[in-house]
Design a protein around this ligand. Structure first.
Ligand code: BJ8
Length: 415
């Protein structure tokens, strides 16, 4: 990585902590990704993105702000990124994939909170997340209780805006959510000092849908047997989708998919027909949370799908681009996001239906259910998912873990 210390310093980051973090990440990345055999050549783009994940990409965000734009940071797939783009902003997800400054974190947050929230706070107070430091606004959502209450604490440290997400999906909930989408659009217009127009929103919807279509294409290619790309690489791509420039990401992913199509035709694979085909299901995995995929794929299985927000839940649904007026477009945005089947909703039967569909489409042999400790929505919903899968004759392995490496041996044995 080039020397970006001056930029990080101007952003107010803790350089000592950050240097320590940057020493750990490249070897970890090398072990998990670069040593894989038969990797597609198109992964080189994503490797190079990762190499500059805290450098060149952050410089782009800084330059965007200097040119009059703004940056919005978020923690959830419910935040409508089309609206941010349409108002002249860039939407990025914030760091939350590794333990950091845990002792300090636990002075403000309970120890029995999920790793994802504690990690997000650790990266903030440790001064090691350039994405949050480069954000003009952090957007939260009323999903799980842990995040809701965490946003009250975070809101004392950064400019914060919270969208009220309903907990059900009836007509009154839809009205509430549509109002929230509209209010968010108005807030973004204030930030960007420009109106969101039919033209700008239509363009943004097209740009974001193109990204989701490219991710859907990758997902379909993973139906090949044996697989042509590892689950680790596919997960990495999903993680980068939340950080990279949307159009550039899409173009590089389409190039990779072209290569994968050729590999399917040529029979070039990353596994053998004897490898079990595994689907991951559950909580999201933010960079650099690769512990479980690494264990699964070094134990003789290949991951062929992720039923999680860093996976199918992020790109399954498109926003209807046929809407003619601005009002109708905001309807389409609201409707698209309300389809997301996160476990924070009740009831959430469509999640099980979607899981069964994915099992069929990807010819899945078994599901590894990944739950973060203390995540009530996903740990509780595991029971319904298990009984649906058992009914369909598909085995499920339930793994409850956190971001520490202490249980890696035990997880490995169970896998
Ligand atoms: S849409 S999955 S990104 S809420 S793991 S913080 S739920 S206690 S991350 Fe999520 Fe949006 Fe849903 Fe996706 Fe709470 Fe669970 Fe922690 Fe979680």
């Amino acid at each position: 990585m080039d020397d970006h210390h001056e930029m990080w310093s101007k952003l107010g980051m803790n350089l000592e902590n950050h240097d320590a973090l940057l020493e750990v990440l490249p070897p970890l990345y090398g072990d998990i990704f670069l040593g894989q055999e038969g990797r597609p050549a198109g992964m080189a783009y994503f490797d190079s993105f990762f190499g500059e994940i805290h450098g060149a990409r952050i410089r782009e965000l800084v330059e965007h702000r200097e040119a009059g734009g703004f940056v919005v940071g978020s923690f959830c797939t419910y935040v409508p990124e089309e609206l941010v783009l349409a108002a002249g902003g860039i939407c990025v997800s914030l760091c939350a994939g590794a333990d950091f400054a845990t002792d300090e974190v636990e002075k403000d947050l309970p120890a029995n909170l999920c790793s994802l929230i504690k990690s997000a706070y650790g990266f903030k107070i440790g001064g090691v997340c350039p994405y949050i430091e480069a954000s003009d606004l952090v957007v939260g959502e009323t999903t799980c209780d842990g995040k809701k209450k965490y946003y009250e604490i975070l809101g004392k440290q950064v400019p914060m805006y919270v969208m009220e997400l309903p907990q059900m999906k009836g007509p009154r909930d839809r009205v509430l959510w549509r109002g929230e989408v509209e209010a968010f659009a108005r807030r973004l217009e204030e930030m960007g000092e420009r109106r969101i127009t039919e033209e700008s929103l239509r363009k943004a919807m097209g740009t974001v849908n193109a990204k989701r279509r490219a991710l859907q294409r990758l997902s379909s290619l993973r139906a090949s047997d044996p697989p042509v790309i590892s689950g680790r690489d596919a997960l990495l791509i999903s993680q980068i989708a939340f950080l990279d420039d949307t159009a550039r990401f899409t173009s590089n992913l389409e190039t990779l998919c072209d290569e994968l199509e050729q590999r399917v035709a040529a029979g070039e694979t990353v596994g053998t027909p004897a490898h079990p085909r595994v689907m991951l299901s559950g909580c999201p995995m933010a960079i650099p949370n690769w512990k479980v995929p690494q264990i699964i794929e070094t134990s003789g299985a290949t991951i062929v799908a992720e039923e999680m927000c860093t996976g199918e839940r992020y790109f399954r649904d498109l926003t209807d681009e046929k809407a003619g007026t601005l009002d109708a477009m905001l309807d389409a945005v609201a409707d698209r996001y309300l389809q997301i089947d996160c476990a924070v909703f009740t009831p959430n039967a469509e999640r099980c239906e979607n899981i069964l569909q994915m099992v069929r489409d990807r010819q899945v042999d078994g599901v590894v259910y990944y739950a973060l400790k203390y995540c009530d929505p996903f740990t509780i919903e595991a029971g319904s998912v298990r009984s649906e899968l058992e009914g369909a004759g598909v085995p499920m392995l339930y793994l409850e873990t956190d971001y520490s490496e202490g249980d890696a041996g035990q997880l490995s044995t169970r896998v």
